[in-house]
Write a protein that binds this ligand. Sequence first.
Ligand code: C2E
Ligand code: CA
Ligand code: CA
Ligand code: CA
Length: 277
Amino acid sequence: KDLSILIDSWEPPSYVNPPAVKKIYGADDVRAAIVNHQLVNYYQPKVDVANGKVMGVETLVRWRHPQDGLVFPDQFIGVAEDNGLINDLTREVISDAFSQTKIWLDAGLSLRVAVNLSMENLDSLEFTDYVTTAAATAGIIPDDIVLEVTESRLIKSLTTPMEVLTRLRLKRFHLSIDDFGTGHSSLMQLLDLPFNELKVDQGFVHGAASNEKLCSIYNASLSLAQQLGMKSVAEGVEDQADWDFIRSSGCDLAQGYYIAKPMPADEIHDWIIKWEA
Ligand code: C2E
Ligand code: CA
Ligand code: CA
Ligand code: CA
């Protein structure tokens, strides 16, 4: 009996060769997403650890893909950064986030809205003017906004980024160091800058209660924040154990699935009212 026919047509069950979990998109796809306004901002609450009050929200971009559904930023932010698209992407995110901020403030909520910036955004001095003008156009002030900065890869020079960040701070935007503990060593140079907030990466928060190594990195980050006069934020608070742990640690703000998942803008108001009731 010739088995080759059988073998040729044999398909392994999906668990033998699971489909790639994440599709990474091409530059043209991402460009089209920006141009066709398929990006939407989700927002995740940041709460005061001491009293539970909602102090702000973080803007997290998603892509409403016409075929693939809701696509997460790790599938397209890197592509945008590598292909000169991150400035256009960031401008879309900022313009939506700032108009949304205005809507929330007018509705009587007192929130500070955070947006994520790539280091590539800070490569040009014009960025300061862009953000400043965008705030004025939306009818908000820099004090309403937090700019979260991550260093996801090594960059050639920090000279321009440091100047841009300094100028943004002088305009009174709040500055936050994101993913602290995971970045490259040059991020340490940024500690010379007037950052207002340090976000301990979720990798050092979730599970730290029962892991000595995580716990010491977490505590070291917190004490650094305190010494430098920055607010500390614990992200990735996923369960009761995380929450109890960060509460006893003296951390200022918390963010994570245990509190709330990122949600569309129109769900934020109701969520806050319920949470604070
Ligand atoms: P990030 O700034 O560190 O944002 C936190 C990420 O952790 C978000 O993933 C959020 O949904 C997720 N998260 C929140 N709470 C929990 C939790 O309790 N457990 C776990 N496991 N995860 C939690 P998301 O939305 O997929 O974003 C991933 C990253 O993409 C962000 O990390 C940020 O670096 C980047 N990103 C998102 N939006 C933008 C943007 O508009 N511009 C730029 N440049 N980067 C963005
Ligand atoms: Ca962030
Ligand atoms: Ca982060
Ligand atoms: Ca991150």
